[in-house]
Ligand binder design. Structure first.
Ligand SMILES: *Cc1c(COP(=O)(O)O)cnc(C)c1O
Length: 348
């Protein structure tokens, strides 16, 4: 099977598993798991932050960040495609009691000007603007990414307006292998950063929240109340350490494969439009009249699994369990499947 559903489906390699099995562990609720402590210190150091917090998921690191940055009746600003708005079960309202001001950005990316326009005046009948959340890369935006040049004006505005700035960096490293920017530079642009170890980096579980000492101290309380205080989770943190040491640079391979397949898809007569491919995600619209579900069924018969991202939209995500041979097969099948797709359409 060529599984392009998500980069979350990767399984630990034998080398990663071996490294996990050898981890030294302890009770992390007491702060006594040496492997978790090592991972947190390594990540904090990498981004030039004072501290980090290991959590079970990226949803939790984002939710904790929102909770730590805001009070009930506050408001956050983000793009309408954002994971924190679309895919976290409305947790910003449930966990933090805040509202949201949505911006229609460019493929998931928002500008300082747009943020400025969304900041609310200080009236007691309005929610208080407190937080801006950026997503990099932006999943629903087709894997688009910000450069630090684009982020700097947003950071400046947030400072002037006394707003916190959080980065949902679930796939941040997929952006950094493109821009060549350093993690420390990224760290200096945000108050808090969330990164996922279980996406393209290939760990089975785990995300990290990064910030300054006081912020992470408070975040740890929220992790506990959300039920995210784990015990001998050093086995999982070991996978994260292995991922940071071994799996960052190779993300460029995933990005390049996605770009190649994006170009290839653009040449197929059943494809209307491919969103600009910037990293490891390819989102494409089918020609008018074609629906995603029968096309996905045809792909599945050919051993290719992907997901619908709208009624006539399909998403492919490239990751470390896809190899060069699979890319060649995929490329060929995407060409030959055209005939079956139009036959399907004619018979319906
Ligand atoms: C995957 C993802 C997350 C976190 O997802 P979890 O499945 O909860 O780990 C957060 N933001 C973005 C943009 C993501 O793609």
């Amino acid at each position: 099977m060529i599984n392009l559903i998500s980069d979350t489906i990767t399984k630990p390699s034998p080398e990663m598993l071996d490294f996990m099995m050898k981890a030294e562990v302890g009770d992390d609720v007491f702060g006594e798991d040496p492997t978790i402590n090592a991972l947190q210190e390594k990540a904090a150091e990498l981004f030039g932050k004072e501290a980090a917090l290991f959590c079970p998921s990226g949803t939790m690191t984002n939710q904790i960040a929102i909770k730590t940055h805001t009070q009930p009746l506050d408001e956050m600003i983000c793009d309408h495609y954002s994971h924190v708005y679309q895919y976290e079960t409305g947790g910003f309202a449930f966990n933090s009691g805040i509202s949201v001001s949505l911006i229609q950005g460019q493929n998931g990316k928002i500008s300082a000007e747009q943020v400025k326009g969304a900041i609310k005046d200080d009236f007691d009948w309005l929610p208080r603007t407190k937080l801006v959340v950026l997503e990099n890369t932006c999943n629903k935006g087709g894997g688009s990414y910000y450069t630090l040049d684009e982020i700097a004006p947003i950071q400046k505005l947030c400072k002037e307006q006394n707003l916190s700035l959080h980065l949902d960096g679930a796939r941040l490293f997929n952006a950094l292998v493109e821009t060549g920017e350093s993690t420390k530079e990224v760290g200096s642009h945000f108050d808090s950063i969330s990164i996922c170890l279980s996406k393209g980096l290939g760990a089975p579980v785990g995300s990290l929240l990064l910030g300054e000492k006081d912020f992470i101290k408070q975040a740890k309380r929220f992790r506990k109340v959300m039920g995210g205080g784990m015990r001998q989770a050093g086995y999982l943190a070991a996978a994260g350490l292995y991922a940071l040491d071994n799996n960052i640079d190779r993300l460029k391979v995933d990005n390049d494969r996605a770009k190649k397949i994006g170009i290839h898809l653009g040449q197929q007569d059943y494809v209307e439009r491919v969103l600009p491919v910037k990293s490891n995600i390819v989102i494409f619209d089918l020609k008018k009249g074609l629906m995603a579900s029968p096309v996905l069924a045809l792909l599945k018969e050919e051993g290719i699994i992907a997901s619908a991202f709208g009624p006539s939209t399909i998403r492919f995500v490239f990751h470390l369990d896809i190899d060069e041979k699979m890319v060649a097969v995929l490329s060929e099948k995407l060409k030959t499947i055209g005939k079956s797709i139009f036959k399907e359409l004619a018979s319906n």
